[in-house]
Design a protein around this ligand. Sequence first.
Ligand code: B16
Ligand code: MG
Length: 217
Amino acid sequence: MIKGFIFDLDGVITDTAELHFAAWKKLSDDMDWQFDRDLNEKLRGISRMDSIKVIMDHNNVSLKEETIVELATQKNDIYVQSLDHMTPEDYLPGAKELLTHLRSEGFSVALGSASKNAEKVLKQLNATHYFDVIGDGNSVSRSKPAPDIFLYASEKMGLSPERCIVFEDAEKGIDAAKAGNFYSVGIGPEERVGHADVRFDTMKEATLFEVKSHFKD
Ligand code: B16
Ligand code: MG
């Protein structure tokens, strides 16, 4: 029986992909690196350090680890500044409704995000109170597709993976849910999250009624 829900943040609760894009684009322009929306898509759900390495590989650049950390920090400063403009109006359509419904029905709810800025994002959205557990980029060291962040979240909720549904918008996020033996709901197109147990185009379609109908007891 399903008792807990674990939500990815970026792309499920809110759409920060555009802000990540703008920040990576600024860094890439400063460094004279090629960076476009196709490459940005490859960064969905992966950690900051993994992201900069994907961009560097694409540009055939290699640098000292120390320099890479400095550049990733520069990008993060730009990104964090842009979060100041985020408000409680910035939930993806349907996300706030589902979180409210889960609260009223008494389910356990956790965050399972790769972002080290998740707490700030939740604060800007005024969403912190919806979560019993916050698992973010600071909670575990191995990032998605490793299942660690979701295992951290389920363990803190006191639930086994078979009792939890993971909501994810990233291909590697669904891989991580599967690797941990969680049920999975993919948010996005077939070619990205078609390997999830259930898929919705957007969070708007993912009502509690709809989700429950796919995961019978
Ligand atoms: P930060 P999620 C992920 O969040 C983003 O999808 C990904 O693009 C980003 O690189 C990663 O967080 C790390 O974010 O630089 O803020 O630590 O989708 O797992 O909620
Ligand atoms: Mg995501």
